[in-house]
Unconditional design. Structure first.
Length: 403
């Protein structure tokens, strides 16, 4: 029997469920839940901004609720996770290391055209740095003083920093752990002493795995959304997708309003059929990072949730519309708005400078109660239990949501 056409509501619920955002945890999070949810998403993007918790911690909180942030750092140091460039700098399940090792060996890593010429031109420094690490142990970029008199910036690095990053991208170094968010670089053979490059799959197999994992992580997806998930070239993703579909390793379903097929992983067929029959997963109410996998493809978020988002931390303050680091709000399978928060840790205050609801959102008692609960939960996790909402687009809402 052919499967029923999926509604747009079903697509939203399936993506939410595939991302682990469809229900509240039945019990408090355990350390084992952290790598499990990262495996479900496949990638956890890292970001430095910390007006609230840094993005990678916040993405986990959105799914797990209250948990100690140190668990994530411990899992990296213990080798359950590794840090590398996927669609961006990410924490990744260690079992996926072989996929990225193939990219290293084939010199298909991020900004390879930048790294290789620089590394070749500074070969003496690179060799000296490797020898230093081999003889003295892991290092931080901060261990080396800048000697050229220039100011350091996001991309204006001292030579040692550039060499460390190049060696990391090349695969000679790995991130052994982080201390106060600073990377500690060590030799690959010390971080993964049992690794053998003979374990590395072919590039074709790597691309197939990335496409399969992307489709699984998205629940049901258009072909156009797949490449962005792991930062693949669009032509590569499209070619691999077509081959996998022909072999039956990916399946298709009709979606209302789409003039292209929806793709899904066979392992999720039961969930797809249930959603087609009206059993649509329902989201938890939570706050999302701008770098949450549900949000990072802005075009997908616009099409699926009718939610236009642009991060404004790089926009001059006078030109910002919503705020520095606004967090989208997920409620009842919809992105209902965004808020501009700041955790004042010393004072114990979780400040919401402004809360903007989308047009047409019905502000009833149920919505207020759910959003207030999410704010209180996020504030408690930050150890800033007092919630103060300064401004909201709906009259009286700021007072209803504040302590």
């Amino acid at each position: 029997m052919p499967m029923k056409t999926l509604s747009q509501d079903a697509v939203r619920g399936l993506i939410i469920a595939a991302q682990g955002l469809h229900k509240c945890p039945a019990s408090p999070a355990t350390k084992a839940d952290v790598p499990q949810i990262i495996r479900q998403m496949h990638v956890l993007q890292i970001d430095t901004i910390h007006v609230v918790a840094r993005s990678h911690y916040l993405v986990l909180w959105s799914r797990l609720g209250d948990y100690p942030q140190r668990w994530l750092d411990e899992l990296l140091a213990e080798g359950a996770l590794f840090e590398y460039w996927s669609r961006a700098a990410c924490l990744l399940p260690i079992e996926d290391y072989a996929l990225y090792r193939r990219l290293m060996l084939n010199r298909l890593t991020w900004q390879e055209k930048r790294w290789r010429p620089w590394m070749e031109a500074h070969a003496q420094l690179v060799d000296k740095l490797l020898t230093h690490i081999r003889e003295n142990g892991p290092v931080r970029s901060a261990d080396f003083e800048r000697t050229d008199g220039a100011k350091s910036g996001w991309w204006n690095w001292k030579d040692e920093k550039t060499a460390l990053e190049g060696l990391w991208m090349r695969g000679d170094l790995m991130i052994a752990k982080r201390h106060n968010f600073q990377r500690l670089y060590d030799l690959r053979e010390r971080v993964l002493p049992d690794w053998d490059d003979a374990q590395t799959p072919s590039l074709e197999a790597v691309h197939e795995t990335f496409v399969l994992n992307a489709v699984k992580a998205l629940g049901v997806t258009k072909a156009a959304w797949i490449a962005n998930y792991f930062g693949l070239y669009k032509k590569v993703a499209q070619s691999v997708l077509e081959k996998l579909a022909k072999r039956g390793l990916l399946q298709t379903v009709q979606v209302e309003g789409w003039d292209v097929p929806g793709y899904f992983h066979p392992d999720q067929r039961a969930a797809i059929e249930a959603a087609a029959n009206g059993q649509i997963p329902l989201s938890r109410t939570t706050l999302l990072s701008p770098f949450d996998p549900l949000m990072w493809d802005r075009a997908r978020a616009q099409e699926v949730f009718n939610f236009t988002y642009q991060i404004e931390c790089y926009t001059p303050a006078p030109r910002r519309i919503y705020g520095y680091f606004t967090l989208p709000m997920l409620f009842n399978n919809a992105l209902i708005g965004r808020l501009d928060p700041k955790a004042h840790r010393k004072e114990g205050i979780f400040e919401v400078k402004a809360l903007h609801l989308e047009r047409g959102v019905n502000v009833d008692d149920a919505l207020v109660a759910e959003v207030k609960w999410a704010l209180k939960a996020c504030a408690a996790w930050h150890k800033t239990p007092q919630v103060i909402v300064r401004l909201a687009t709906e009259p009286g809402l700021a007072q209803r949501l504040s302590d």
